[in-house]
Design a binder for this molecule. Structure first.
Ligand SMILES: Cc1cc2nc3c(=O)[nH]c(=O)nc-3n(C[C@H](O)[C@H](O)[C@H](O)COP(=O)(O)OP(=O)(O)OC[C@H]3O[C@@H](n4cnc5c(N)ncnc54)[C@H](O)[C@@H]3O)c2cc1C
Length: 814
C-alpha cells in the first residue's frame, strides 16, 4: 500500500470482488466520487476469480433479469472506456430439456423472456446440434436458444470496473481489511482498520461470503452461507467449436462452455456441501478447496450424455471454491433494516458475475435517490427476518439453495430443508386434520388439507396438481358455507402515542381520522405515488392503532414506517406479530357460527363491515375485525397467542354441525383472486399507483397532505398509461399461474401479475396490467379482444373491469 488511507470519506465500500468494484464504478458515474473501497487481500481474490464467467440474462423474475441484461451491455463497452479487456464474448446459450415437463416450464420461460425483452425461442434438436457440434441431443425432447447470452472474464471485468472507478476519483486500497464498523445513534459513523479509522456517512457491505460475519458486528442480519461450488476443465478437444453457445442441461444439473479449446463444465447439484461453518480462514485468498470427485460425479454423468467426446478427454483441473448462497437463492440488495446508511450487495448465489453490473448500478441509484430506481423487491434485503442469520438454519438450507437454480421450478414448489422453524399454536391440530404445510418467512402454514386416506404431500405439476380437488372443496366451502384458516403469520404492529394519528394520516393514502373501532384498508405510498405497502389499520383506542400486514413484508413495513416517523413526533411502533394469532372465520354461515361462541351482537347494525370490536370468544377476549381477504362475510379473530389453542378447539367443535372446513393457503389465494383482491409484490409494487391498480377507492385526496398525493393528482390530470384488469379464460381447462403474456387484438400489451383457478367461476382467473404509451382508458380497454398465451398457445379470454365474482362486493356486507 503506497498511498495511506484517508481519515474521512463519504462512502466506504467493503470488499473488492466484482460486486464491490461495480458499485464503486456506478457510484462514481453518478458523481459520488468521495468513495473509498477497501479490500482485505487483492481485488477478485475472494470468489470472483474462480467464476466460469457465464452471463445468463433470463433469471427467475423480471427484476433479476433486468440486472443481468445490463451486464451484457456494460461488459461489452467497458474495454473501450477503460482500456482493460473484459473478455466479453456473445456466445449465445442453449437450454436443453430432457422431459416434457421441462419443456412446459421453458415454454412459459420463453414467454417471460419475450416480455422482459430477451430473445428466446424453441429450436429443433438438429438446430441445437448444428449450433454446437459435438453436443449430443440423445434423450432430449426440446431445446431453447438465447442468442444474446454470453461470457466474460471475471478477473478482467473486475479490473476494468476498478479502473473505471479510479479514473473518476474513487480510491481503492488492497490489503486493508475492515475490522469493525462504527455507529452513532443508529447510523453509520465510520469503519476501523489496522491502518486507522475512516469516518464516513455510508458503508456498503460487498464482502461476498464474509458479509454475514460483518453484519453480525453491528447486529445486522445478512442470511447467507457458503457452499462448495465446482467445475472441471478439460484439455483441448479436437473438433470443438470455439465459443460454442453455453449449453444448460437443467435436468442433468450441468452447464458446459468452451474454455481454451476444451470444455468447462459444472453445475448446481440438488444436495450441495455447506462450507465455512467454523468461519473463513484469515489467509483465504485465491483459495481452492479439496477436490471431491464423488460430489462431481453427477456432472460427469451428464457430461458423458451431452458431450460423448468427454469419455476420451482429459480433465485438466477440478476447481472447488466456496460461494455464498441465500435461503431463497436470490441475492441481497438495499439498506439494512434498523441502521441508517448501511447498505449491502451480497449473497450472489453463483450469479455474481452476471448480476454485478446491475447490482452495482441499483445500489448506487438507491443511495443517490434515496430509494431504488427500479422495482427490486425480490432482491431486497428486507425480505428476510432477523432470525434468518441463524447459523444452523443457514448451514442446512444452503445444501438445498445451490440446486434451486436448475431444479424444476414447479408452481408452489416448497423447500424441504431447515423446517419447521416457526409454528402457529394450532400447527399440530391442523396437521392432525390433514394439513400439508408450506413455508413462508419461516412460518409453517397449512397449504391444503388432504382428505382421509390421501397422502399429505405436495405432488407438483404444470397441470392440475394433486391438491387441486382438495383446494376446490375448501374454496367452495368458504363461498357456500363456512371455513376457517389460520393466518397467525400475518405481521402485526401496535402504533401508539399522542401524535400517532397525525403521523399515520401523513403516511397513509386513506383517511385514518376515523372513530375508535373503525378499520380501514389503506395504501402506503412513496413520493411517486407507488405502493410501498398495503395494509389494514384499526383504531383501537384514541391514540392506538393496530396495523396488519403480510408475513413476507413485515420487516420491510416496520422499517419503512419507523424511518418515516418524524424524530420529534410522540409516536411509537411495536411489532406484536408473535403475541397475537389470527383465526379467520369466513363464509355466509360465519355469523351464525360465531354467534354460538360469543354473546356479542354480530348483526350488520351492531357490527358493520370495516369495524372492530373486542369480544368474548370461548373463555378468551379477542379483537374481532369485520374484514376479509376472500370476499365473503366473515371475521378475523386476533387472540393473544396463548389463548389460541382452546379457542380453535371450541370453534371446530361448534363448527362441526355447520360443516365448518379448515382451509389452506392455496384456497385463500384462489378465493382472493376470484374476488379481485390485489397482492402486494405480485399485483401491486412500488412502481404501481392505486389508480393504475384499480384501487382508487382507498385514496382520499381531499383529506389533506400525505406521501404520494402530489404524484397521484398529477397522474389524475395526465391520465393512465397502464391499468389493472381481470381475465377469465373462455376454456375451463387451462391454468393461469401469473406471468402469462396478454394480447389485445393480437398486440402484446402486458402480462398477468397473478393467476389461479376460480372454482366458483369454473375457470382460470387472472389479473394484470394493460399498458399503452398512448394512454389506457376504459373505452380503449373495452374495445379490445383479448387472448392470453399459456405454454405457447393462445387462449381466448374475457376481460373484466371489475371482479367477475361479486363485482359490487355485496357478499362481504351481507
Ligand atoms: C466455481 C464457480 C463458478 C462460478 N461461475 C459463475 C458464472 O459462470 N457466472 C456468474 O455470474 N457467477 C459465477 N460464479 C459466482 C461468482 O463468482 C460470485 O457470485 C461473485 O464472484 C461474487 O462476487 P462478490 O464480489 O460478491 O464476492 P467476492 O468475489 O468474494 O468478493 C468479496 C471480497 O470482499 C473481501 N472482504 C471480505 N471481508 C473483508 C473485510 N473485512 N475487509 C475488506 N475486504 C473484505 C474479500 O477478500 C473478497 O475479495 C461462480 C462461482 C464459483 C465458485
Amino acid at each position: 500500500m503506497t498511498e495511506s488511507i484517508p481519515t474521512q470519506s463519504q462512502i466506504v465500500i467493503i470488499g473488492g470482488g466484482i460486486v464491490g468494484c461495480s458499485t464503486a464504478y456506478h457510484l462514481a458515474k453518478l458523481g459520488w466520487t468521495d468513495v473509498v473501497l477497501l479490500e482485505r487481500k487483492e481485488l477478485g481474490s475472494g470468489t470472483t476469480w474462480a467464476a466460469a464467467g457465464l452471463i445468463a440474462q433470463l433469471r427467475q423474475n423480471q427484476e433479476m433479469s433486468n440486472l443481468a441484461r445490463y451486464a451484457t451491455q456494460l461488459y461489452s463497452e467497458l474495454e473501450a472506456e477503460t482500456g482493460v479487456a473484459t473478455g466479453w464474448i456473445k456466445t449465445g446459450a442453449i437450454g436443453v430439456c430432457q422431459t416434457d415437463d421441462r419443456r412446459r416450464e421453458w415454454l412459459r420461460a420463453a414467454a417471460r423472456a419475450r416480455a422482459y425483452g430477451i430473445e428466446m425461442h424453441e429450436i429443433s434438436l438438429q438446430e441445437a446440434e448444428a449450433l454446437c457440434p459435438l453436443m449430443s441431443s440423445n434423450g432430449l425432447v426440446s431445446a431453447f436458444y438465447l442468442p444474446d447470452d454470453g461470457q466474460t472474464d471475471p478477473v478482467g471485468t473486475t479490473q476494468a470496473l476498478a479502473k473505471g472507478a479510479r479514473m473518476q476519483g474513487v480510491r481503492i486500497f488492497e490489503n486493508v481489511p475492515v475490522l469493525d464498523i462504527k455507529l452513532e445513534q443508529g447510523r453509520i459513523a465510520g469503519v476501523v482498520t489496522e491502518h486507522g479509522d475512516i469516518a464516513c456517512e455510508y458503508v456498503i457491505n460487498c464482502a461476498g461470503m464474509w458479509s454475514r460475519a460483518i453484519g453480525n458486528w453491528i447486529n445486522a442480519s445478512l442470511p447467507l452461507h457458503a457452499a462448495e461450488h465446482m467445475h472441471a476443465i478439460t484439455t483441448p478437444i479436437k473438433g470443438l467449436k470455439k465459443g460454442f453457445p453455453c449449453i444448460r442441461d437443467f435436468d442433468g444439473y450441468t452447464y458446459f462452455k468452451e474454455e481454451s479449446g476444451g470444455i468447462l463444465f459444472g453445475g448446481f447439484e440438488p444436495k450441495a456441501k455447506a462450507w465455512g461453518m467454523k468461519g473463513i480462514p484469515s489467509q483465504f485468498k485465491f483459495t481452492e478447496l479439496q477436490e471431491d470427485w464423488d460430489q462431481f460425479e453427477i456432472f460427469m454423468e451428464c457430461g458423458f450424455d451431452r458431450f460423448p467426446c468427454l469419455e476420451e478427454a482429459e480433465i485438466r483441473h477440478l476447481q472447488v471454491v466456496p460461494e455464498s448462497f441465500t435461503p431463497d437463492n436470490a441475492f441481497m440488495l438495499g439498506e439494512i433494516p434498523g441502521i441508517k446508511n448501511f447498505f449491502t450487495a451480497c449473497g450472489m448465489n453463483s450469479v455474481g458475475i452476471a448480476s454485478a453490473a446491475g447490482a452495482g448500478r441499483a445500489i448506487s441509484q438507491w443511495i443517490d435517490r434515496g430509494y431504488p430506481q427500479e422495482q427490486l423487491w425480490p432482491l431486497d434485503v428486507r425480505r428476510f427476518s432477523p432470525w434468518q442469520r441463524n447459523s444452523s438454519y443457514l448451514a442446512e438450507r444452503v445444501t438445498e439453495s445451490v440446486g434451486m437454480l436448475y431444479e424444476h421450478h414447479y408452481p408452489n414448489k416448497q423447500r424441504t430443508t431447515a423446517r419447521p422453524v416457526i409454528c402457529s399454536p394450532v400447527h399440530d391440530r391442523l396437521r392432525d386434520r390433514g394439513a400439508v404445510f408450506s413455508q413462508i418467512a419461516g412460518w409453517e402454514r397449512a397449504d391444503w388439507f388432504a382428505s382421509e386416506g390421501i397422502e399429505p404431500v405436495h405432488r407438483y405439476s404444470w397441470g392440475r396438481p394433486n391438491w387441486f380437488p382438495y383446494q376446490e372443496q375448501e374454496h367452495l366451502a368458504m363461498r357456500d358455507n363456512v371455513g376457517l384458516y389460520d393466518l397467525s403469520s400475518m405481521g402485526k404492529f401496535l402504533i401508539e402515542g399522542s401524535d400517532a394519528g397525525q403521523v399515520l394520516q401523513q403516511l397513509c393514502a386513506n383517511n385514518l381520522d376515523m372513530p375508535v373501532g373503525n378499520v380501514v384498508y389503506t395504501p402506503i405510498l412513496n413520493e411517486r405515488g407507488g405502493y410501498e405497502s398495503d395494509l389494514t389499520v384499526s383504531r383501537i383506542a384514541e391514540n392506538q392503532y393496530f396495523m396488519v400486514t403480510a408475513v413476507g413484508t413485515t420487516v420491510r413495513d416496520f422499517d419503512y414506517l419507523r424511518r418515516r416517523f418524524p424524530e420529534s413526533a410522540r409516536v411509537h411502533i411495536t411489532d406484536v406479530t408473535h403475541g397475537h394469532s389470527l383465526l379467520a372465520l369466513m363464509g355466509p354461515k360465519s355469523r351464525e357460527l360465531l354467534s354460538k361462541l360469543t354473546d356479542a351482537d354480530l348483526s350488520n347494525e351492531a357490527f358493520p363491515f370495516s369495524t372492530a370490536q373486542q369480544i368474548d370468544i370461548g373463555y378468551a377476549r379477542a379483537w374481532a375485525l369485520r374484514m376479509t381477504y376472500v370476499g365473503e362475510l366473515g371475521w378475523e379473530i386476533y387472540l393473544p397467542t396463548m389463548f389460541t389453542l382452546p379457542v380453535f378447539d371450541r370453534i371446530m367443535e361448534v363448527g362441526e354441525s355447520f360443516g365448518l372446513k379448515p382451509v389452506g393457503m392455496q384456497a385463500v389465494n384462489s378465493l382472493r383472486l376470484e374476488t379481485g383482491y390485489r397482492h402486494w409484490e405480485s399485483d401491486i409494487t412500488p412502481d404501481d399507483t392505486p389508480y393504475e391498480a384499480g384501487l382508487g377507492f382507498a385514496v382520499k385526496l381531499d383529506k389533506g397532505d400525505f406521501v404520494g398525493r402530489e404524484a397521484l393528482i398529477r397522474q389524475k390530470e395526465e391520465g393512465l398509461k397502464k391499468k389493472m384488469v381481470m381475465f377469465t379464460l373462455d376454456d375451463p381447462e387451462p391454468l393461469l399461474l401469473g406471468n402469462e403474456p396478454i394480447f389485445r387484438d393480437g398486440q402484446h400489451v402486458g402480462e398477468l401479475s397473478s393467476g389461479a383457478y376460480g372454482f366458483k367461476l369454473g375457470r382460470a382467473v387472472g389479473m394484470g396490467y394493460l399498458k399503452n404509451p398512448e394512454g389506457v382508458t376504459n373505452d380503449w380497454i373495452k374495445a379490445g379482444r383479448y387472448q392470453l398465451e399459456v405454454e405457447g398457445s393462445f387462449c381466448d379470454a374475457t376481460m373484466h373491469l371489475r371482479s367477475p365474482y361479486d363485482p359490487k362486493n355485496e357478499r362481504t356486507k351481507m
